[in-house]
Design a protein around this ligand. Sequence first.
Ligand SMILES: Cc1cc2nc3c(=O)[nH]c(=O)nc-3n(C[C@H](O)[C@H](O)[C@H](O)COP(=O)(O)O)c2cc1C
Length: 189
Amino acid sequence: MEKINIGNNAHVYPMPVSLVGSLIEGRPNFMAVAWLSRVNYMPPIIAVALNQRHHTPKGIQENQAFSVNFPGADLMEKVDYCGLVSGRETDKSGIFQIFYGDLKTAPMIQECPLCLECKLLQVVPLPTNNLFLGEIMGAYTEEIYLTDGKPDIQKMNPFVLTMPDNNYWRIGEWAAKAWSVGRKLKEKK
Ligand SMILES: Cc1cc2nc3c(=O)[nH]c(=O)nc-3n(C[C@H](O)[C@H](O)[C@H](O)COP(=O)(O)O)c2cc1C
């Protein structure tokens, strides 16, 4: 089949859905974020790409800290709401139960199966967004979300986003073991 070029407004496909937490003038705020990735092995660094118009960057700069919270599909409506309204006009501090870790200035969400507490390392300016690089200082979860001490995607039940069609999707079935399923081909070469 011939490939067709559908233009340059392309995205990572699919994207994990998260809530980035920050403390802005003493008030916890959460925004929906899907443009994120782990970007360094050691120390563990995560990057989130935030539009310069949003309220969240103010709090991250103010405290040099933020959190990345991975919600279960049960929180879809609340997550979407956090992506529709800005903390500049609307108080989003009462939507979730909040807890703090060692940094004390990165609000995290009790209802989320996995919460990362990050110390701001660097801000990379881009034309419309800024890339916030944070060192992961701690990852908070509960025993019910773990298998063999590691986060278990089936227990966490996260959801993903596709753009530009703008849809949420649940995670499907387990497929194969990574760094393993390709071994047969490697051995043949
Ligand atoms: C599912 C979803 C994902 C989003 N991902 C991003 C993102 O990665 N970066 C971004 O700048 N805005 C993103 N947004 C938009 C912000 O969440 C939204 O503008 C929010 O109201 C900003 O909140 P704040 O002004 O309180 O910081 C996303 C929105 C939704 C619904």
